[in-house]
Design a protein around this ligand. Structure first.
Ligand code: ACM
Length: 415
């Protein structure tokens, strides 16, 4: 029988599913058996230990390793140990993609925990989507993503800004200066911010982006002086957070009159800049180290015991920690022969746990997380004072800035 070329290609694609370039990976039943062979479950840990975002990512690595060690010490997952394979992507998106390929294809990890910046998440996304693997992303981000291959445990804009923006307007005034690092996250986050500012009758006096790793803010500070905003809304990330705060303080500006309101300044950056430089400025996030709960006391004590009494926990290290426990809960539901990224994804949908910040849940529709927004002011001792706490957990709406789009289990839908 003569096989026509088109039909042959179709057959070849079915045989080689997942191996040929450009085809989605199809996980076979019992493939999981090989993954869980020898009573071990291999996972990747992909946070930068060097480069401009190591200041924060190194602590995400530590929180992830802590959770893995705790789970293993308590007997593992159904008796199987989690084996972390740690890579350093050096704050460089191309290196993130290269290391992600190594973890997924070479090491055959069933999940990878990783990334701070959205630039690095975007860089690894094709690796996970093409191989139908699973990336666990703990960082607050801009939303506007609807992947079946990412579990998102950090806040999206509606969970950080819906309370924060009207609160800032009520307390300080309507003139906002938007300053961010120059990449997708600050731009999309500001897109949502501008919609809220418009809704509440507030205005943008300037919108400015500085390169990642930027450390010379004198001209920016001159513009703060000349434009006289009521609020400086900051989505600057990494080492630049430290430089911006120190130079603001050195310039003699007053947080009582012109505070910085940030979605990215945590106890971690404050530890690096010194409490005095941060004091009086505001952050909105679902978790602060001072949060009072038995789960948080346990987390903070364990983190300090493992990594040093001087170390802090914060709103990205907390999801880095609890998402490993959500991974455990999902894998626990599976037979060893059935532990594959797609089965883990199905098992984690709707999964809940009591995290240090409170009860969290993976939203079945969009694989983002229900969280507990808070507004806090930094104190000179490097900790925050929480001023406003949401009385209920808040649903993640990753397309909040795009109300005619909604992320569902079957993909992005136009409404
Ligand atoms: C970020 O880039 N999602 C902070």
């Amino acid at each position: 029988m003569r096989i026509k070329r088109r039909e042959f290609l179709k057959g070849a694609a079915a045989l080689g599913a997942g191996m040929s370039v450009g085809l989605p990976h199809i996980w076979l039943k019992n493939e999981g058996l090989a993954r869980a062979a020898g009573g071990e479950i291999k996972v990747g840990v992909l946070f930068s230990l060097t480069g401009t975002t190591a200041i924060i990512e190194e602590s995400l690595n530590k929180a992830t390793i802590l959770a893995i060690e705790e789970i293993n010490a308590a007997g593992g997952i159904n008796g199987m140990k989690i084996v972390p394979i740690v890579e350093d992507p050096a704050s460089d998106p191309a290196t993130f993609a290269e290391k992600a390929r190594k973890l997924v294809l070479g090491d055959k990890c069933v999940s990878v925990f990783g990334s701070y910046t959205s630039a690095s998440r975007k860089a690894v996304l094709p690796v996970f989507e093409k191989r139908n693997n699973l990336y666990w992303y703990p960082t607050l981000y801009e939303g506007r993503e609807c992947s079946k291959n990412v579990i998102y445990t950090g806040a999206v804009p509606n969970q950080q800004q819906d309370e924060f923006i009207p609160w800032l307007i009520n307390n300080f005034g309507t003139r906002f200066y938007l300053i961010g690092s120059n990449y997708i996250y600050p731009k999309e986050e500001n897109n949502y911010c501008k919609k809220l500012l418009q809704k509440y009758g507030a205005e943008v006096v300037n919108e400015e982006y500085v390169p990642l790793g930027h450390s010379e803010f004198s001209s920016v500070i001159n513009k703060f002086r000349s434009t006289k905003p009521n609020v400086i809304f900051s989505t600057v990330v990494g080492d630049s957070v430290v430089a911006l705060h120190r130079q603001y303080r050195a310039a003699g500006l007053d947080p009582e009159k012109m505070p910085m309101a940030s979605l990215t300044t945590s106890e971690n950056e404050i530890a690096a800049m010194g409490g005095d430089a941060a004091a009086g400025h505001f952050t909105s996030a679902p978790y602060f180290m001072v949060h009072k709960s038995p789960e948080n006391e346990k987390f903070v004590a364990a983190y300090k015991a493992r990594w040093g009494q001087d170390k802090v926990t914060h709103f990205v290290s907390e999801p880095s920690y609890f998402q490993v426990y959500l991974f455990k809960q999902a894998v626990e539901k599976l037979a060893p022969s059935d532990i594959t990224p797609p089965t883990i994804r199905e098992a984690v949908k709707g999964e809940e746990m009591i995290a240090p910040q409170g009860r969290v849940r993976i939203e079945r529709e969009n694989l983002h997380t229900w969280l507990w927004p808070k507004i806090a002011r930094a104190k000179p001792n490097g900790q925050f004072e929480v001023l406003v706490e949401s009385s209920e957990w808040i649903k993640p709406v990753p397309y909040a800035a795009y109300p005619n789009q909604v992320c569902t289990e079957s993909g992005l839908k136009q409404t």
